[in-house]
Design a protein around this ligand. Structure first.
Ligand SMILES: [Zn+2]
Length: 284
């Protein structure tokens, strides 16, 4: 189990956070120029060729709907961000990690989809289903905006159904990743960039605060992550929120834990350097 265990459900291979860290290193070491032929091939690739419509029956409204999924084993990981957001060659499969009912709006990350009590179904019907106007039919690939809508719906549903802090926090984290995906396609000086960045930071804040609560009262794994992996991610979220002391404490816990594998320890050491730089530049 690891942060990316839900990606396996989408058929994206068996990435653990450790493998991702290792892969990223290899890529940096290799430093090979992209092959021209390969680049030409990539231009011909269409995102819609890598996705398919999967059928679901909604546990809230009982209607059948389809949600888009990524075909198994088709796309390659290219690296990861400091908070372990994975990046892939050619497309961003993270866009497809929410299952959303087009009719009543019940949505969740794929890993949490469908596990509902009667009380939760009632809450979702009352607070969302009764007001929901439906999702439009989408031909082909999701845009980032389509994905952002679905992720925000999933965050909302996690709040309405009273999900555990771990689930709520993880859904916020994944939403921040989708927002970042879109933000990185925009001009840094545009108003939209700044707006998205603000939403992204809100999601990071909610994710961090939710994880703080989760580690105090939920058993590991939380959102499929072991303690070291989650604390590593939390250290990066705290750094981004300028909670430098909390970030340093979390990193110390990751670095001194016997359960932390050497690859995550290496990543934690790199993050510690980044934290030092942030602290220094903030003092200036
Ligand atoms: Zn439904």
């Amino acid at each position: 189990m690891g942060l990316f265990s839900d990606m396996e459900k989408l058929g994206l291979g068996h990435y653990s956070e450790a493998e991702i860290i290792e892969k990223n290193k290899n890529m940096r070491n290799a430093n090979v120029d992209p092959d021209v032929e390969q680049a030409a091939k990539q231009l011909e690739r269409k995102e819609e060729d890598y996705i398919f419509d999967k059928k679901y029956t909604c546990p809230v409204c009982d209607l059948g709907f389809t949600s888009k999924c990524v075909k198994s084993g088709k796309i390659k990981l290219s690296g990861h961000d400091t908070d372990l957001r994975p990046t892939y060659e050619f497309m961003d499969p993270l866009k497809y990690d929410v299952v959303a009912c087009a009719y009543c709006g019940y949505s969740s990350l794929t890993r949490y989809y469908g596990r509902l009590s009667m009380r939760q179904i009632k809450e979702l019907k009352m607070s969302i289903g009764n007001k929901f106007r439906g999702l439009p039919d989408i031909e082909g690939a999701y845009t980032y905006d389509d994905a952002i809508t679905r992720h925000k719906l999933a965050v909302l549903c996690s709040v309405v159904k009273g999900a555990k802090n771990g689930e709520r926090a993880y859904t916020c984290l994944k939403t921040s990743w989708i927002l970042r995906g879109k933000r990185l396609t925009l001009d840094e000086n545009s108003a939209e960039y700044k707006e998205i960045l603000k939403d992204e930071i809100d999601c990071i804040k909610n994710a961090y605060e939710g994880f703080v609560l989760a580690i105090s009262n939920e058993p590991f794994p939380i959102a499929g992550m072991d303690e070291s992996t989650l604390k590593y991610i939390m250290a990066d979220l705290a750094r981004k929120l300028k909670k430098y002391e909390e970030s340093a404490k979390l990193l110390a816990s990751v670095l001194t834990s016997k359960a932390t594998n050497h690859r995550l320890k290496d990543a934690a050491l790199e993050l510690k350097e980044l934290l030092k730089k942030d602290v220094a530049s903030d003092r200036r």
